[in-house]
Design a protein around this ligand. Structure first.
Ligand code: ADP
Ligand code: ASP
Ligand code: MG
Length: 479
């Protein structure tokens, strides 16, 4: 009887080439000696971006982009497979499966180029190819190590609504599917290797969970199976106090709560897909973030309580590629439905509103949406408020695309006075101009809006102010 059940997810860089897959397979084979393991794999690094790019070009009528990419992917995946599995029946079976998936991809690109339109449904099918190519290769690498790896497409397991590009799982039916398909394999000591990122509707149409969604796939499966833990293997040693690409002295956080990690993910920390923790929070399943390139490092444990460190700020994050929309004018004071109409409009468009701020004089409502939603949101708002604009009740609806949100996160900030003051003093000293401020009533985060070009400076100043880069023994004094 295996002692526990783990779901292990390997991100794109962790399966980036044959040597990475071999390293990842070693990690799984060591764990599988003691525990039941379900593996979730991403596409090899960069593959999904290339697929999306070629789909866009096919949508403009360029059939060539798709066929060139299919051939490049064939070479890349055949090479990886050849380095992992010796010639023979096992390798041939995987080659056949890879080639079938590529043939399907080819047809999808052809159809898209012919129609000159990338429908959301076609885009999901095209962008799913990377995971579908990777899973059988990973499974065969495991079999080489004496562990029976079984590649499974998540369309069989994760049943979702039909919202292409960001589908939501239907948990009850997903649970039934996981039990029926995965439990018997686990009983036979096999290791299912499931494609991340994708699911299917009840009718069997492929959907995706959104970019970076393999993290979410892992927690959905963990919840479906009632697993004991999830390990997200990536290319950093754990959750850091800030994005290491922007703050070089960012440090590993050994433990963090679901709430804190969810706030970080929501405000752009790429290490976790924003919805990842939703699936495991009710059952309290812990999630580890670990480095597949340094498996000896302990990583970060994300759990319900997540031991608090110091008195307040735990980490910082920034979200870029967002736009600030402002609806205002002196005439909106006392017009009760401006707020309601503004946000009914964003809701109708399914534009994700990331932050809202209203000045106390009520002359202005500003809010932030993803840059990709900005143009259509402004157009629709101008239509909604056409009359008010012509009567100058509303005098402007503007959009500022070159901005970013910085969030200061920590559950223990609650009840620690002065954090907002210190943050803004530090930014003031550095000459960083703050465009808007919002603090959730939970007080687990303070977020502020700055110009995009000031993001790095804002992060560095705040990181320094709260001593987040200092050794842990100094940190509690610094806070
Ligand atoms: P994977 O391909 O494994 O899913 P991602 O590239 O999606 O990996 O996420 C890992 C990356 O997230 C890291 O390489 C790091 O650059 C970035 N990152 C951003 N913010 C943080 C943070 N606070 N802690 C750790 N990594 C972060
Ligand atoms: N391959 C997908 C992406 O690049 C999913 C993932 O990596 O999590 O978005
Ligand atoms: Mg990721």
């Amino acid at each position: 009887m295996k002692s526990k059940l783990q779901v292990m997810k390997f991100g794109g860089t962790s399966v980036g080439d044959a040597s990475c897959i071999a390293r990842a397979a070693q990690i799984v084979s060591r764990a599988a000696r003691e525990n039941g393991v379900v593996v979730v794999v991403s596409a090899m690094t960069g593959v999904t971006n290339r697929l999306v790019e070629a789909a866009t070009r096919a949508g403009l009528g360029d059939a060539q982009a798709g066929s060139a990419l299919i051939e490049a992917l064939r070479a890349q995946h055949h090479d990886a497979l050849a380095a992992l599995v010796p010639a023979g029946d096992a390798r041939s079976a995987v080659v056949r499966r890879v080639d079938e998936t590529l043939a399907e991809g080819h047809r999808l690109f052809e159809g898209t180029a012919l129609l000159r339109e990338v429908t959301p449904r076609a885009l999901d099918s095209i962008s799913s190819l990377g995971e579908r190519l990777c899973a059988p290769i990973f499974a065969s690498a495991l079999s080489e190590l004496g562990i029976r790896g079984v590649a499974i497409e998540a369309t069989e397991l994760i049943i979702t609504d039909s919202y292409h590009g960001g589908a939501e799982p239907l948990i009850d039916v997903t649970r039934e599917r996981c039990e029926a398909r995965l439990r018997p394999l686990l009983k036979e000591n096999a290791v299912p290797v499931v494609t991340g990122f994708i699911g299917a509707t009840r009718e069997g149409t492929l959907t995706t969970l959104g970019r970076g969604g393999s993290d979410y796939s892992a927690t959905i499966l963990a919840s479906g199976l009632g697993a004991d833990e999830v390990v997200i293997w990536t290319d950093v040693d754990g959750v850091l106090t800030a994005d290491p690409r922007l703050v070089p002295d960012a440090r590993i956080i050994p433990e963090i709560s679901y709430r804190e990690a969810a706030e970080l993910a929501y405000f752009g920390a790429k290490v976790l897909h924003p919805k990842t923790l939703r699936a495991v929070m009710p059952a309290g399943i812990p999630v580890w973030i670990r480095n597949s390139f340094s498996p000896e490092q302990p990583g970060t444990m994300i759990s319900r309580q997540g031991r608090s460190i110091g008195g307040g700020v735990k980490a910082l994050t920034a979200i870029r590629d967002v736009a600030l929309i402002s609806v205002g004018g002196p005439g909106i004071v006392g017009v009760p439905d401006v707020v309601g109409r503004t946000f009914s409009t964003t809701a109708e468009l399914r534009a994700n509103v990331l932050l809202i701020s209203q000045s106390s004089s009520q002359n202005d409502i500003c809010f932030i949406v993803a840059a990709s939603d900005a143009q259509r949101t402004v157009e629709r708002l101008r239509r909604e408020f056409a009359q008010d604009l012509s009567h100058e009740v509303v005098d402007h609806i503007t959009v500022d695309p070159k901005i970013a949100i910085v969030a200061v996160v920590g559950e223990n900030m609650r009840g620690t006075p002065g954090i907002a003051g210190r943050t803004f003093n530090a930014l003031g000293r550095e000459g960083v101009n703050i465009i808007a401020i919002a603090q959730g009533s939970s007080e687990a985060n303070i977020s502020f809006v700055v110009e995009d070009k000031a993001v790095k400076q804002a992060l560095l100043a705040t990181h320094r102010e709260f001593g987040l880069g200092a050794p842990e023994s100094n940190r509690s004094q610094a806070i």
